[in-house]
Design a protein around this ligand. Structure first.
Ligand code: HH2
Length: 265
């Protein structure tokens, strides 16, 4: 029987200020081209975002966020599954109308928008402590794994009761978390998976990976990004959100097809 593979979600930031690819895909035509390239590399989902939520980022006006993402979603939908990375209800609605079928929600608050959109629209509920402008100032938890798990399970249950059928829970690596918190969440990812909801994980190019690799710059974090995506997939993540789709797909093939088949032979 073919293995059920974790999904690979490719990041497409249509923003001037995202921490990794800010400014590169601000032009709609360039953004669509990059989205299609991610799909050609094997992305199962392309995640279109019009607002950076990196530490220190300021919110974007709703009309501007919509202007950035809607044409891109429209052009990609039908060619690849599209998610909209937003915490703004009107942007989620506009993106769904343009063809997005997943709302990737770093606020974990938009389940009612998703439920109202009807069947066929999925929801990623991500944990964030605080808000981007100040979330990295002094994050604290009693027990980061238990706190994040409790929050996400409660949100997923509320969303399911509201009628959302397809739900992922995401620990929000780097969102109001120290490097130690991030590592603890990765180490105990199994505890989140054991909660019974599909788990999504995004470590790609994030700051704590720079810290772990002697200060590697953001464009120089490929290896730790792939290593942590592989870790997450092997620990049971159902979805990984990455900038570097082709090497993540290669890692997935190695882990879930080549090695698994060799082991079964
Ligand atoms: N991380 C970022 C944005 N959206 N969504 C989920 N579900 N999980 C994540 O870990 C996650 C996310 C931050 O990364 P990026 O989009 O590359 O940067 P920016 O927020 O600066 O646009």
């Amino acid at each position: 029987m073919a293995p059920v593979l974790p999904l690979v979600m490719g990041v497409l930031n249509v923003t001037p200020d995202s921490f990794s690819d800010g400014g590169r895909w601000l032009d709609a035509e360039a953004a669509v081209g990059h989205g299609l390239a991610l799909a050609a590399e094997g992305a199962d989902v392309v995640d279109v975002g019009g607002e950076s939520t990196r530490p220190g980022a300021e919110p974007v006006a709703e009309a501007e966020e919509r202007r950035r993402v809607v044409p891109v979603v429209e052009a990609l939908a039908g060619r690849v599954r599209v998610s909209i990375d937003t915490r703004t209800p009107a942007v989620a609605e506009a993106a769904i109308a343009a063809g997005a079928t997943i709302v990737n929600d770093v606020s974990a608050a938009l389940f009612d928008v998703v439920a109202a959109a009807g069947p066929g629209i999925g929801w990623v509920a991500m944990h964030m402590q605080g808000q981007p402008p100040t979330m990295q100032a002094d994050p604290r938890y009693v027990d980061v794994v238990a706190d994040v798990r409790q929050f996400l399970v409660t949100r997923a249950e509320v969303a399911r009761a509201a009628g959302v059928a397809e739900i992922w829970i995401d620990p929000g690596i780097g969102f109001g978390k120290t490097a130690a918190h991030n590592l603890m969440l990765l180490r105990h990812l199994g505890a989140l998976v054991a909660a019974g909801w599909p788990v999504s994980v995004g470590t790609s190019r994030k700051g704590f990976l720079g810290g772990l690799t002697g200060g590697a710059a953001v464009d120089d974090r490929l290896e730790p990004s792939i290593a942590t995506a592989a870790w997450a997939m092997l620990r049971g993540a159902a979805l990984v959100r990455v900038h570097d789709v082709a090497p993540t797909i290669a890692a997935r093939r190695l882990l879930f097809e080549d090695v698994a088949e060799a082991a079964a032979a």
